[in-house]
Design a protein around this ligand. Structure first.
Ligand SMILES: Cc1ncc(COP(=O)(O)O)c(C=O)c1O
Length: 345
């Protein structure tokens, strides 16, 4: 379908105006000089600038999910994530702005000091529940099974009627936001006269919703723009299956025909995830320093640092060649930098 038709369908769906789109898309000349000389050209798309309370990719998802919360007349919202979850922080902000109670679940011991995103959650008035058992994401469970388990644990603490938001906003409602982002990128690529068949968008994959939304969006548009997800945490059993399922549900919801098989999911699993989710490793720290010092842009140690380290490694190994354009999708996350001061100094 063409972009007008896709935009028309998306505009008919309820969403809240959390951010001003489009997010900026521009090249990184100093980085390109250091990293690639002639090939490929690296650009950045600044979704870290979108959404409430310091922004990030969850702004696009929350715009649709919080509209659904209001339609359902819910007063309490449950979600969960790792201790430095940006999703939790942005959900807390979205709830505060709507006068709703945010209940954030962390399956870890309460740290002696609340830093980074945890500090922001507290400022935003969220209720934080710390439950020290290995709940959210350990690769023994699928993402869907983990969501079911967390609901069982959370609901008795919040009341049965609270709205449950899956980890990372990973559902059809939320990931419509990244179908919309695909439209936005498609339009920016056209207006900047870039060759779409040469473009790959590289993104961190935590729950894979951003990746699924982009896959669905470009498929709906019959666009040759490719997407590549970098797994940052080895979190989920049968991860590509969850991503393919979500992308297919999105396409079906928007009346498209294409279906992705599991092997079609463009995800590099495990290779760049470091020792574990939320454990930074030297390549991620180096990647954070490089982009900060060459372009004045801040990444984070949990998501974007690992994904950017993947980009650097792929470029070094010739995965992309002259004429290719690599767009790094900056999905946010910098508030967690403070929680990792020891690794960064
Ligand atoms: C900064 C940042 N980047 C990337 C991601 C991954 O996005 P997704 O869960 O859609 O894969 C997240 C959250 O999970 C995030 O907070």
């Amino acid at each position: 379908m063409n972009q007008e038709e896709l935009r028309r369908q998306l505009q008919q769906l309820p969403r809240l105006p959390y951010y001003l789109a489009p997010s900026p898309l521009y090249p990184l000349p100093r980085l390109n000089k250091v990293l690639t000389r002639a090939a490929p050209e690296i650009w950045i798309k600044r979704d870290d600038e979108l959404g409430p309370a310091f922004g990030g990719n969850k702004g696009r998802k929350l715009a649709y999910i919080m509209a659904d919360v209001l339609i359902q007349g819910k007063r309490k919202v449950i979600t969960y994530g790792g201790l430095q979850s940006n999703h939790a922080r942005m959900t807390a902000a979205a709830c505060a702005a709507l006068g709703l109670e945010a209940h954030l679940f962390f399956f870890a011991r309460k740290p002696p000091q609340l830093t980074g995103n945890l500090l922001l959650n507290q400022l935003l008035g969220a209720r934080m529940h710390f439950i020290p058992f290995g709940g959210g994401g350990d690769a023994f469970l699928t993402l869907e099974a983990t969501n079911r388990l967390v609901q069982l644990v959370a609901r008795p603490r919040t009341g049965r009627s609270a709205y449950f938001m899956p980890v990372g906003g990973h559902n059809v409602t939320g990931c419509l936001g990244y179908v919309e982002a695909a439209c936005e990128i498609h339009e920016q690529v056209q207006s900047q006269n870039l060759p779409p068949e040469k473009i790959t968008i590289l993104t961190a994959a935590g729950t894979g919703g951003t990746l699924a939304g982009l896959m669905a969006g470009f498929a709906l548009l019959n666009s040759p723009i490719r997407v590549l997800g970098i797994d940052i945490g080895k979190l989920w059993k049968r991860f590509p299956q969850s991503i393919a399922r979500l992308a297919n549900e999105l396409i079906k919801t928007l009346h498209g025909k294409k279906r992705f098989a599991i092997d079609d999911v463009p995800l590099i699993e495990r290779t760049y995830a470091g020792p574990a989710y939320a454990q930074p490793h030297p390549p991620a720290i180096e990647a954070i320093r490089l982009l900060a010092r060459q372009e004045g842009i801040l990444l984070d140690p949990v998501y974007t640092g690992k994904a950017f380290a993947g980009l650097i490694n792929l470029v070094a190994h010739g995965r992309f060649t002259a004429g290719d354009i690599l767009i790094f999708l900056h999905t946010g996350g910098f508030p967690s930098l403070w929680a990792y001061a020891d690794s960064l100094l």
